[in-house]
Unconditional design. Structure first.
Length: 127
């Protein structure tokens, strides 16, 4: 039995589409954190993380207490911890494909800064 050309093409396209769809692996940003040279004892919210977040994220019109863009307030320990625990903050600062890239409209933070933030999360969000 010979299939009409249109049906054959449709089956070919469907087969290619089916085999071309790989399940996306979700990136584990904590596993990718390079904590070499970062002292977990001093990489705490009060000693290093707050300074980074205040300078890069908790700005007026962004993720400060007054604005809290998208409900995210990074100007407090509890707000920052919550944003990082949910995983979206690490995806955002790493400019991941499945999240809003932060800082919005800006360049990606330096990798050393991203590592400090990720290692803070990886080491238990010490205050």
């Amino acid at each position: 039995m010979k299939l009409p050309l249109a049906v054959s093409l449709l089956l070919l396209i469907a087969a290619l589409g089916w085999t071309g769809c790989d399940d996306k692996k979700e990136v584990n940003w904590l596993d990718q954190a390079n904590c070499t040279g970062i002292d977990a004892a001093t990489n705490t919210y009060d000693l290093s993380i707050k300074t980074v977040l205040d300078a890069s994220c908790a700005l007026s019109g962004c993720h400060d207490a007054a604005t809290a863009s998208n409900g995210v307030n990074l100007s407090t320990y509890l707000g920052a911890k919550s944003a990082f625990e949910e995983g979206n903050a690490l995806c955002a600062i790493n400019h991941g494909d499945d999240c809003f890239q932060m800082p919005k409209g800006g360049s990606k933070l330096p990798q050393a800064t991203i590592n400090v933030l990720a290692c803070w999360a990886k080491n238990g969000y010490k205050q």
